[in-house]
Design a protein around this ligand. Structure first.
Ligand SMILES: Nc1ncnc2c1ncn2[C@@H]1O[C@H](COP(=O)(O)OP(=O)(O)OP(=O)(O)O)[C@@H](O)[C@H]1O
Length: 796
């Protein structure tokens, strides 16, 4: 019965649906004809005030109304008319002035009027943005104003499965994308056709057409039909003839609404700078965000690299400034990035540390302050960064920290771009120093120290390859002071090869751009990585970074899901890798189970901790295979090492030398000197004896556990042989489970995943060069006394 009812109703339903579609088409046809006529008559020079003054379709008007867009901004008023009439456009207007609608409205309307919408119409428009964040934002606006249209749109910006994107692309009428990812689809997705494409839009066009993306864009253009309309928009748009030729623009209209304005930045934006030495920038930043009024603000802080962002975020987070902190950089997973953007968008009070990945286009509502702790690469970047505040009629403030050496050059650059900026000073009594706190934190947490070192290195390298030497001159910075301000005990050494300077500069430029390209196209990056030739050094340092940072991520970054710490900036130079030696010791420690480099010298005080400080960080230079080998031998490494000095911290965190001279009077008051000496020697001898006993017991237990495990394996193997076969996957897992269940030491599990084979006995430097079998295999030297005895025997 039910089937019958369904059988009877289905054709009726379909018929009605068909009827509705036909009626709509007729209405649309009439609508489209009327619209075409109105667009034909439209005078692009006339000034329109409202969207309703423009010949726009019903669904678009409804979409605009539901998103509360009624009045046109200047750029919208000028550009939309021209674009509706099919002109190519170079659009320039200040940040936050509504350029997104200026290109999205014509895109929707032109496709609608040419009936390039719906499932079979194919791809009609491509909107390219330099970053994922921006691509998703444009897509959101498109969804808002296009919701009443029968248009299929989507984002293709990486971070999702390629296949998923390829399937979706086949149905899209409008795609919002990043350059690298769309190029990948153009070249790899067979079913992806752009033959019907009518419109190409480049948002942040100057950025997309610059060095970092140029190759991708040129390749994309090759795929697109030449007969199309092209719209280019940016707050820092140029009329570069070369770009126009590359994009085959036809008689483009240059729409620059603020060209004659006295300032190139928004009117409601108050801009200041402070002169602060590099070594005090972090102090100043801390003082700023912990100010009472800042705690009730939304602050966006720009730093120059991923490493800076990570370090400042981690350090400040632990110091609890009293304002929610967020951080964003291009090495995070897409989901994390989008989540952070969303959280900052919704936040009322928050401080976001970010790289230039959000410098352009991203529309965070109601940002109160933009703080540029690290200076911008150029004046255009400055304009885009500060443009994250004071958007669409809102007020905003921006402050930039300048090292004294940067002031003159930067002001010249900004003046040339019509940026009104004034100097202000920090009140001395408001300035707090966090140097000691950071130093303490770095001592306590090697991972933070490691991040600090990386931040220092990346920053310094960044300065070295800055193209504008008049502003950024590496020689003029107090780098030792800067290292100290990061909590480091000395400036890590970096060696720049003169011969590589040009190449480094080129790569730096590319990297700045590619960092963003990367930000947009992480997967592309991964593809490149895969094909790249990897040297021994690469592999070694990748391993090392994983060792050092794996724990760090788990511990301090938590579940943030950062993408693995690639050699983001390291690859800029062919520098000799210099690693402060205590870092190496640490990473080797992690590899070499059970051996300790620095004994726990607690100086009799059980609450005191000992930290090895490699004084001026005498770094080890890895410049040959021999040295690479050396790294693997901890003992040899220690020989090379400037041992540094040991200090001990008491409960108050005050550092003491390990042997500090006591006040003589107090010492004598405690009794006869000989008696005191005897007591001390006895106590120390007792302590060493006890430690010795414990060592022996531990070593024996360890050996016993290993032996048991080996025997267990052998028994299992024999069992398997008897049965004649072992199901490789399942039984292996079962074995691993069994070993774990049987409670064999976790150390063994670490041993190459429990795949331990009977090992040859490791040779010691003092052993005779005999086959292992001939040695007293059963007797291993376990204590220092035994070692001494053995050495004495050899000497005799
Ligand atoms: N006609 C309008 N009426 C009201 N609000 C608008 C209008 N046009 C744009 N806006 C709002 O202004 C803000 C800035 O718009 P948009 O992001 O398009 O600026 P932009 O010029 O592209 O800036 P940027 O150069 O930084 O990319 C957005 O929040 C947007 O919603």
């Amino acid at each position: 019965m039910a089937a019958e009812i369904t059988g009877r109703t289905r054709p009726t339903k379909l018929k009605k649906q068909q009827q509705r579609t036909n009626n709509k088409r007729k209405r649309d046809d009439v609508d489209i004809e009327t619209l075409e006529a109105q667009v034909e008559e439209l005078d692009p020079k006339a000034t329109q005030t409202n969207f309703s003054d423009l010949p726009l379709s019903g669904p678009t008007m409804e979409g605009l109304k539901s998103a509360s867009f009624t009045t046109l901004t200047d750029i919208q008023s000028k550009a939309i008319s021209l674009a509706l009439k099919g002109n190519d456009i170079l659009g320039a207007a200040k940040t936050g002035s509504g350029k997104t609608l200026a290109f999205l409205v014509p895109v929707i309307e032109n496709l609608y009027r040419s009936q390039c919408v719906g499932a079979d119409a194919g791809l009609g428009a491509m909107v390219i943005a330099p970053t994922r964040e921006l691509a998703f934002q444009i897509f959101d606006v498109l969804c808002k104003i296009g919701r009443y249209h029968n248009i299929a749109a989507g984002v293709v910006a990486g971070g999702k499965s390629f296949k998923e994107e390829a399937d979706a692309l086949a149905r899209m009428n409008i795609v919002v994308c990043t350059p690298g990812r769309i190029l990948q689809h153009l070249s790899q997705t067979a079913a992806f056709s752009v033959d019907n494409l009518r419109m190409l839009v480049l948002d942040e066009a100057d950025r997309i057409l610059d060095m970092g993306f140029s190759k991708d864009v040129d390749a994309i253009i090759e795929y697109l039909p030449p007969d199309r309309q092209t719209l280019l928009f940016s707050a820092t748009q140029t009329k570069k003839v070369g770009d126009l030729a590359r994009l085959s623009l036809k008689d483009p209209e240059y729409v620059s609404v603020h060209e004659k304005a006295t300032a190139s930045t928004p009117q409601n934006l108050k801009q200041n700078y402070i002169v602060v030495p590099l070594s005090q920038k972090l102090d100043t930043l801390w003082s700023f965000i912990t100010e009472k009024s800042s705690k009730h603000s939304k602050i966006l802080v720009f730093l120059s690299s991923t490493k800076q962002v990570r370090f400042v975020y981690e350090a400040f987070r632990h110091m609890q400034p009293g304002i929610p902190l967020l951080h964003l950089h291009g090495r995070q997973k897409q989901s994390v990035r989008l989540d952070t953007v969303d959280r900052f968008r919704r936040a009322k009070f928050s401080c976001l540390f970010a790289t230039d990945v959000v410098a352009r286009g991203v529309d965070f509502p109601a940002v109160d302050w933009v703080v540029q702790v690290d200076g911008p690469e150029d004046a255009d970047t400055y304009i885009h960064r500060v443009g994250r505040t004071a958007r669409y009629e809102r007020e905003g403030r921006a402050v930039m920290f300048l090292d004294p050496s940067e002031e003159e050059g930067m002001l010249k650059r900004l003046e040339a771009k019509r940026v009104p900026i004034e100097r202000i000073n920090v009140r001395a009594k408001k300035q707090t120093s966090i140097k000691n706190q950071l130093q303490g934190m770095c001592f306590q947490d090697p991972q933070l120290k490691y991040l600090g070192q990386k931040a220092f290195i990346t920053y310094t390298k960044g300065l070295h390859v800055q193209k504008d030497r008049e502003v950024y001159d590496l020689q003029k910075y107090d780098l030792e002071g800067y290292a100290a301000s990061l909590g480091l005990s000395g400036a890590p050494r970096i060696q720049f090869h003169k011969a590589d300077a040009e190449e480094a500069k080129r790569r730096k430029n590319a990297s700045r751009s590619e960092a963003l390209a990367d930000d947009s196209d992480d997967e592309d990056g991964a593809v490149k990585e895969k094909n790249a030739v990897r040297t021994k050094y690469d592999r070694m340092f990748e391993r090392r970074n994983q060792d050092v940072l794996a724990e760090h991520y788990a511990k301090i970054v938590g579940n943030e899901d950062d993408v693995e710490d690639g050699a983001e900036d390291e690859d800029l130079f062919d520098v000799k890798r210099r690693i402060p030696i205590d870092e190496d010791v640490q990473s080797l420690d992690e590899d070499d189970e059970g051996e300790e480099i620095e004994g726990p010298a607690t100086n009799g005080d059980p609450t005191a901790r000992t930290i090895n400080i490699s004084g001026a960080s005498q770094p080890l230079v890895l410049d040959s295979k021999r040295r690479e080998k050396l790294l693997k031998s901890k003992k040899k490494l220690l020989k090379l090492k400037d041992k540094g000095s040991k200090i001990v911290f008491d409960d108050d965190g005050t550092a003491h030398q390990i042997y500090e001279l006591e006040d003589e009077e107090a010492f004598r008051a405690r009794g006869a000197i000989d008696e005191q000496r005897r007591q001390f020697v006895d106590a120390e001898a007792e302590r060493v004896r006890e430690a010795d006993q414990l060592d022996k017991v531990a070593a024996k237990e360890k050996k016993k556990a290993k032996r048991e495990k080996r025997k267990q394996r052998e028994r299992e193997a024999e069992g398997a042989d008897e049965e004649g076969r072992v199901a490789v996957g399942g039984d292996k897992d079962a074995m691993a489970n069994f070993i774990a269940d049987a409670g064999v030491g976790s150390e063994d599990e670490d041993d190459e995943g429990g795949e331990e084979q009977p090992r040859k006995k490791a040779r010691k430097w003092f052993q005779r060069d005999l086959p292992v079998e001939e040695e007293e295999v059963g007797r291993e030297i376990e204590t220092f006394d035994e070692l001494e005895a053995e050495a004495a025997k050899l000497l005799r």
